[in-house]
Design a protein around this ligand. Structure first.
Ligand code: KIV
Ligand code: ZN
Length: 389
């Protein structure tokens, strides 16, 4: 891969699903995984197989369905965990085993109840075991940003010697700042990676609202994989938002000369699909995919945008897949407007499905003042699901 290529590791189906109210069933995970593949992510983390039968089944099914993307499964550093992740990935076209262990003293003392030496040994064994099943093994040092840096480097070095080719530095509690993150990545690069063929990854949580800034700082310091989720969903305040990282790299290529494989026009459709699946909208002012991200209210702004959109827009709505037309869909809208909107959202709807979707649409429009794109996606899915049943 070129030196400036950033791998996008999507964990919407794993860390994202850990966010309150965001659980997904198997069929929903498959639909989302297909969309992520279409979006062009490099790795889909599909679940934590030992955590539940549902997660095991989801990883297995995503691995069977998505053949053009790497599929990752999470596991702790215990023998059963690694074996279960490997079993779920057995038929993947491109499997990645992602094993993790905490490295901060607070986690060692109060959660794991293990010594530093024991964690080093657990890391060595788990990575070596994972390598018996897969060539591609990632190791994550949970709570890395609150870990003693010398000890962190020792654990990461053990992981590389045991066969890990991706070292992930999670800011598990969203505590770090961009300057600290940059320093950490530089240190790991100099002290652990050196001239070895190993990728540094980061995984930032958003407790201080810094997850995207920290991810960009890490990229500038040499990280070549970022872990993120659609709409930034995830534990507590969420994970770094995929769409924000990707568009920051895209729009500010002058300062951040890095590339991803993301098809940016799929960002809004992916965001809307996720909202329709989990049943809640992103905040209206959310960057890139929020309802107001391209709305201009003040007269002076409207005037500027009418004359030249660049006055107040740093990217076009179309570049992230926000439909260009401003037709508001409501109870008086016709089939044509509905069909056009589906086309703009990337759905090729057959005439018979459109009829059924339109009937559902008019029923919904009678009940709801405003119909959002995520409602249209939900009702299309319900229509297709009802026809298949
Ligand atoms: O936040 C975290 O530390 C994680 C790891 C399992 C990567 O999600
Ligand atoms: Zn996480």
């Amino acid at each position: 891969m070129p030196q400036n290529r950033i791998s996008i590791f999507d964990t919407t189906l794993r860390d994202g699903e850990q966010s309150p109210g965001c659980s997904m069933d198997l069929e929903e995970k498959l639909r989302m995984a297909e969309k992520l593949e279409e979006l062009g992510v490099d790795i889909v983390e599909a679940g934590f197989p030992i955590a539940s039968e549902g997660d095991f089944a989801a990883v297995k099914a995503v691995a069977a369905r998505c053949r053009g993307v790497k599929v990752a499964a999470l596991c702790r550093t215990s023998e059963q965990d690694v074996a279960r992740a490997a079993e779920a990935l057995a038929h993947a076209a491109s499997p990645r085993i992602h094993t993790f262990c905490a490295t901060s003293d607070i986690h060692l003392e109060h959660k794991l109840k293990k010594s530093r030496a024991e964690v080093i040994e657990m890391t060595r064994r788990a990575v070596a075991q994972a390598r018996n099943y897969a060539d591609d093994v990632e190791f994550s040092a949970e709570d890395a940003t609150r870990s003693d840096i010398d000890y962190l480097c020792e654990v990461l070095n053990t992981a590389v010697e045991a066969g890990a080719s991706v070292l992930n530095i999670p800011d598990t509690v969203g505590y770090t700042t961009p300057t600290e993150m940059k320093y950490l990545v530089e240190q790991v690069n100099q002290r652990v990676v050196r001239d070895r063929d190993v990728i540094i990854s980061v995984h930032n949580h958003n407790d201080l609202g810094l997850a995207v800034a920290n991810s960009l700082a890490a990229i500038e310091a040499g990280a070549r994989q970022v872990e993120c989720t659609i709409n930034g969903i995830g534990e507590r305040a969420g994970n770094a938002s995929l769409e924000e990282i990707v568009m920051a790299l895209h729009v500010r290529a002058d300062r951040l000369p890095f590339e991803t494989g993301i098809v940016t026009s799929q960002l809004y459709p992916a965001s809307q699909l996720l909202s329709s699946i989990v049943g809640f909208e992103v905040q209206p002012n959310k960057a890139i995919v929020g309802r107001n991200a391209f709305a201009h209210e003040a007269g002076i702004h409207q005037h500027g945008v009418i004359n030249n959109p660049l006055c107040y827009e740093i990217m076009t709505p179309e570049s992230v897949g926000v439909p260009a037309n401003s037709l508001v869909l409501g109870k008086h809208s016709g089939r044509h407007a509905l069909s056009l909107r589906y086309m703009e959202l990337g759905y090729d709807v057959a005439a018979s499905e459109l009829d059924a979707a339109y009937t559902r649409f008019t029923e919904l429009a009678d009940r709801k003042k405003r119909i959002y794109d995520q409602d249209l996606i939900s009702l299309l899915n319900a229509t297709v699901g009802a026809a298949a049943a």
